[in-house]
Design a protein around this ligand. Structure first.
Ligand code: SF4
Length: 383
């Protein structure tokens, strides 16, 4: 089936344009639920001398990976930028490179192979499982160094591109920072953090598929617009990547978020706004934002909210936005264990939030739980 999409870009390829294959190592449905994919696609395509096309894991395991926009093979691209959100994406990325005829070992690729860049939360937290796959890891947020990356990728040869990237903060580069035995040979590389989200690049136009309802290609939230409210988290739950690699939380202002929705409604056709952020309620503006979105006639979908930030107004606005399921993350049923992992929230706080949600009309509840802490009591494990 041909997928009909709003706002997809198909630029003409030419020798003076750098081509980027933006790979999300999962299916179309999962990839197009990712805000990171939208952000990178529109950022790369906003650069005049670049043409960026998307590559996904084909649903049929016999089919070779190709770009959606103009059916190019992986080896046709100058650069392959792979977005890894979870560690198991590493395995899929390697499998996809194999299937596309690209050697996933940087030590065995030559100057003619595409330059491979891996970024996203997985390498930011731990690049070492795939140390010898990319030419370059990018650690952290791309926005503060996007212009430097553009200039580096505009260089003529792959060698020049890699060398220029090795001088950009956040880039961890094979043969510049570590050698083929995995020994460290360069300066320390730190991940990059955006300081001001309100002023950062945001994809006002987004790709929204139009003819996929009820199919395997339908994104998880349906015909939705993705709104990133904040990034990172100011809590430090011991098990959580976000509270450690992306501390503290930074957020967009209410004015900026309302402005994005106003602009987005002019250039996209969508039914729902999905709020992206690890700590959406910590801003204190969430109920006002949802009220605004609902006043524009859209439904709202919101990720899990900390029980200690749930208020009556917030829950009422979520109901008005047609959110049916409330998601909480108590992590464990044992209060002492919860405090031990630094999720400082009492049982009473959770029960109070649940009672409030029930009274307001929520009848579906999703709980995120972690099972198997070494110190977990037997009765918690089995009851
Ligand atoms: S509150 Fe949530 S996002 Fe923040 S550190 Fe804890 S688990 Fe992670």
């Amino acid at each position: 089936m041909l997928i009909k999409e709003q706002n997809a870009i198909q630029k003409k390829w030419s020798p003076n344009r750098t081509s980027i294959g933006l790979i999300y190592p999962n299916t179309y449905r999962v990839a197009m639920t990712s805000l990171g994919m939208q952000l990178l696609y529109f950022l790369f395509n906003s650069w005049e001398n670049f043409a960026c096309e998307r590559v996904f894991k084909p649903l049929d395991s016999e089919v070779l990976p190709y770009s959606l926009e103009s059916q190019k093979k992986l080896s046709d691209f100058d650069v392959l930028a792979i977005s890894c959100q979870f560690e198991h994406d590493y395995l899929e990325a390697i499998a996809l490179l194999h299937r596309g005829g690209i050697n996933p070992d940087v030590r065995k690729r030559d100057e003619h192979a595409p330059l491979i860049l891996i970024g996203g939360p997985s390498p930011t937290s731990n690049p070492f499982p795939v140390l010898f796959t990319p030419d370059v890891f990018f650690l952290g947020d791309i926005e503060p160094v996007a212009n430097k990356i553009r200039l580096a990728l505009e260089k003529e040869t792959k060698k020049e591109k890699v060398e220029a990237l090795s001088n950009i903060p956040g880039c961890m580069v094979f043969n510049y920072h570590y050698n083929e035995s995995g020994e460290w040979i360069g300066k320390k590389v730190q991940s990059i953090r955006t300081k001001n989200l309100s002023d950062s690049f945001y994809p006002i136009k987004q790709i929204i598929p139009d003819n996929v309802k009820g199919t395997k290609n339908e994104p998880i939230f349906g015909k939705a617009y993705y709104l990133e409210t904040d990034r990172g988290c100011s809590e430090r739950c011991l098990f959580c990547f976000v509270g450690h690699c992306r501390f503290p939380r930074i957020g967009r202002s209410l004015e900026r978020l309302m402005d994005i929705i106003e602009q987005a409604s002019q250039v996209n056709d969508f039914e729902k706004v999905v709020l992206y952020g690890s700590a959406v309620a910590q801003s204190g503006i969430l109920d006002k934002l949802i009220e605004f979105i609902v006043s524009k006639g859209y439904e709202v979908s919101c990720a899990s909210i900390r029980a200690d930030y749930l208020t009556e107004d917030l829950l009422l606005n979520l109901r008005k936005g047609k959110q049916r399921t409330l998601s909480l993350a108590p992590e464990t049923g044992d209060e002492n264990q919860r405090f031990a992992i630094n999720k400082r929230m009492s049982d009473e706080t959770i029960y109070t939030a649940l009672k409030l949600a029930w009274d307001i009309g929520f009848r579906r509840l999703k709980l995120y739980m972690i099972y198997g802490f070494p110190s977990e009591k037997e009765e918690v494990k089995y009851n």
